[in-house]
Design a protein around this ligand. Sequence first.
Ligand SMILES: Cc1cc2nc3c(=O)[nH]c(=O)nc-3n(C[C@H](O)[C@H](O)[C@H](O)COP(=O)(O)OP(=O)(O)OC[C@H]3O[C@@H](n4cnc5c(N)ncnc54)[C@H](O)[C@@H]3O)c2cc1C
Length: 526
Amino acid sequence: MAEPANNSEDDRLSCKILIIGAGMSGLSAATHLLKNNETDFLIVEARGRIGGRIIAVQVGNEKVELGANWIHGVLGNPMFELAMANGLIDIVHVPKPHKVVAALEDGKQLPFPVLREIYEAYVCFLRRCEEYFLSMYSPPDGITSVGAHIALEAEIYLSSVPPEQRRVRQLIFDCLLKRETCVTGCDSMDDVDLLEMGSYDELQGGNISLPNGYSAILEPVSKHIPKDRILMKHVVTKIRWQKQQCCQDDVDPTGKSDFKSNSLIEVQCENGKTITAEHVVCTLPLGVLKRTAKDLFEPSLPTYKLEAINRLMFGTVNKIFLEYERPFLNPGVSEVMLLWDDDRLSEAEKRDISKTWFRKIYSFIKISDTLLLGWISGRAAEYMEKLSTTEVSEVCTTILRRFLNDPFVPIPKNCLCTTWQSQPYTRGSYTAMAVGASQLDIRSLAEPLVQEKTEDNADEPVKILVAFAGEHTHSSFYSTVHGAYLTGRTAAELFLGTKQSEKHALSLSCEDTSDLSSWIQGISLN
Ligand SMILES: Cc1cc2nc3c(=O)[nH]c(=O)nc-3n(C[C@H](O)[C@H](O)[C@H](O)COP(=O)(O)OP(=O)(O)OC[C@H]3O[C@@H](n4cnc5c(N)ncnc54)[C@H](O)[C@@H]3O)c2cc1C
């Protein structure tokens, strides 16, 4: 049972296992400990809420998800199983047909068959990029990114199309690539490694959205965790995970520091609290690690880990919600694709993000008759975070009026934009494979920190001190909630006794999907 380390000092606490972060991975780790009767743990969370990148707010009559929205895949997805077991999925729900219109800057709309033709070609191009990961084929010389490969395929495709039909088809490819940057979490698909594109495992079954939003999953994931085990508004600023040689010789004159006397891990928080623990599960997002890892850990993280943190990408994806007084879009239309013609811009204009950021919004999707959603990624998304919602709302109105060729498109009564890059406890949206990064980097990140071998402990089994969890530590489900959930569970298992830890041979990665049932096994769905 977690308790104060020294009753006379309120600022010192101790527990066996300290979980840093109450996002999906941290909550999953805690729940897994509880299921296995391990109650001696605490969670420290920087924010005043649980959920991390799963959060919903109310906009008018709608509850909107600012972060995760879809359960990606059904077969083998623990989030789907959990949602089903807790009655969060409406199995009789028949989704409304999705009617997309693709509009040009002058308001002209393209015939749907053209859109479908290019979409089908684009999906083939994307699949071919993914195939490099498993196949022995090499890409054409000099092509290292997904963006470059798709551009090459699009060029070959368009060369067989009559010249007068090429331009609009090129604009659709451009729009689909902008959409892909939001799916992947990057500024440009030119930044995404071609050979590693297929390292992400797509589970079968499509994208499922929960009637009450993804955030409804937080209740079943957290309901068994006693409230007093989650210390909110505790920002971790230091993780002293191993005595350094200089400290080992130090004598603590007060005798109060468990860290020095017992070689426990000492975690310091911004609010002055210090927590000592035998083990730590660190779920700090990759964006936070990129900014703080160098100084956060004492001793510093091994170089191979710091290099992996550097190589992997943690881009920005933001959402723009526009709420209206009255419906104005044709009731049959559910999405307006914006076919920006960026080639018309001069090089100087292209470089000036203040003049072009909004051209990265690739569509507006109807969430309800009076609520629209736009997505934006990369540098443009980061630039938008500096603007007021009034400015964003005005720009969106201008865009809609232009593309719909309708000067009477109303001004939204409310505009809400996410700011994932500015969020100090996220610093971006999700993990992606930058050119030059690989699954090995994720495995390096996921590897636990273990106690150094000395003469005194040479005969003892290896002791795991810090385990790493979070979406960025799953080598094939990175960027997802289910990836985060599975890594939290695996991290917890490492501390459930030596037998389990030996079984995992110090590896936290759960990439083995060849036998789905083996890793689904053991997840209790109650
Ligand atoms: C816009 C957007 C859309 C997304 N859409 C989807 C989707 O549709 N489907 C999907 O599967 N995934 C989606 N994701 C990704 C998904 O949300 C994440 O992969 C997942 O929630 C990550 O969980 P986590 O536990 O790894 O990290 P987090 O949820 O980020 O949890 C980490 C926790 O650590 C805390 N923390 C940070 N710094 C400190 C500190 N110094 N001290 C203490 N605590 C700290 C944070 O406050 C946070 O609570 C989306 C994400 C975004 C941003």
